[in-house]
Design a protein around this ligand. Structure first.
Ligand SMILES: NC(=O)c1ccc[n+]([C@@H]2O[C@H](COP(=O)([O-])OP(=O)(O)OC[C@H]3O[C@@H](n4cnc5c(N)ncnc54)[C@H](OP(=O)(O)O)[C@@H]3O)[C@@H](O)[C@H]2O)c1
Length: 242
């Protein structure tokens, strides 16, 4: 019988799809999926699916209102998977000359602001006595300390900004919603459309299948305690320097 729910935002991510496959094996966990495109889940029935048109602030707040109305069991895990590195108009910068104001604004809005708008709207719903872990997909390239290669200005900066916001909100939640734990997660280079154009120089043993990453992430999430601070963890569960 379902006694808790997992919320997955950006559920069309390939890593999110692997998370869904694995979470479905737990008969006590209900799944709520949010995405702009849930067509890959059309064959699966025992899920709550919410298709959003976009991730504008009004859409996010209307979606959370709907969740507050519908909710039956406590949400104990939230995975925010959204992130872009490239699209038809955007490529990660190899050199300073490639930095472009519009592309930067789009990347930072999706990678840093969007997760925070969800956390902002979800906090009243998630604040309770039962533990709740919010896992946001970051990346190791967002570590300022770890930046030895340079390049990818917008993506790096957006993930560094995301990390700072996650650290900041964890400090506030430690006072306001002590049951919420914030985790910034680095999946490692994972075989998804996001990494596809950049896989050529990645040794096969360092390019992870999504099901491996999902398994690691679920084990790490389970093991990580609610401690009033943000953790920045990689796919092995190791701490990354901010
Ligand atoms: N793959 C890797 O090697 C790797 C490495 C480090 C970090 N990451 C991070 O892991 C996360 C998941 O990525 P993935 O590898 O699973 O990539 P993916 O399969 O390409 O998934 C893309 C994700 O980004 C969202 N997205 C794409 N364009 C968007 C837009 N214009 N506005 C809002 N959301 C948008 C999608 O949301 P919808 O469901 O709404 O389509 C989906 O959740 C990302 O945050 C990424 O930065 C990945």
């Amino acid at each position: 019988m379902i006694n808790q729910q997992t919320l997955i935002i950006g559920a069309n991510s390939n890593i999110a799809k692997a998370l869904v496959d694995q979470i479905q094996q737990y008969s006590n966990v209900g799944l709520i999926l949010i995405s702009r495109d849930l067509s890959d889940y059309s064959q699966i029935d025992n899920l709550q699916k919410i298709t959003v048109q976009d991730y504008q602030p009004e859409t996010i707040s209307a979606t959370v209102e709907r969740l507050s109305r519908d909710r039956l069991k406590p949400i104990t895990q939230v995975f925010i998977c959204n992130g872009i590195l490239h699209n038809s108009n955007i490529q990660p910068e190899k050199r300073l000359e490639e930095l472009n104001a519009q592309s930067f604004q789009q990347v930072i809005a999706i990678n840093a602001l969007l997760p925070m708008l969800w956390i902002q709207q979800l906090t009243p719903l998630l604040a309770s006595k039962s533990p709740c872990k919010i896992i946001v997909f970051s990346a190791r390239v967002g570590s300022i300390n770890d930046n030895k290669l340079g390049g990818w200005y917008s993506y790096r900066a957006s993930k560094a900004a995301l990390n700072m916001m996650l650290k900041t909100v964890a400090i506030e939640l430690a006072r306001r919603a002590k049951n919420i734990k914030i985790i910034a997660f680095h999946p490692g280079t994972t075989d998804t459309p996001l990494s596809k154009p950049f896989q050529r120089n990645v040794p096969p043993e360092k390019l992870f299948p999504c099901d491996f990453v999902a398994k690691q992430l679920l084990a790490i999430t389970k093991k990580t305690e609610v401690d009033g601070s943000a953790s920045y963890l990689d796919w092995q569960g190791n701490t990354i320097d901010w």
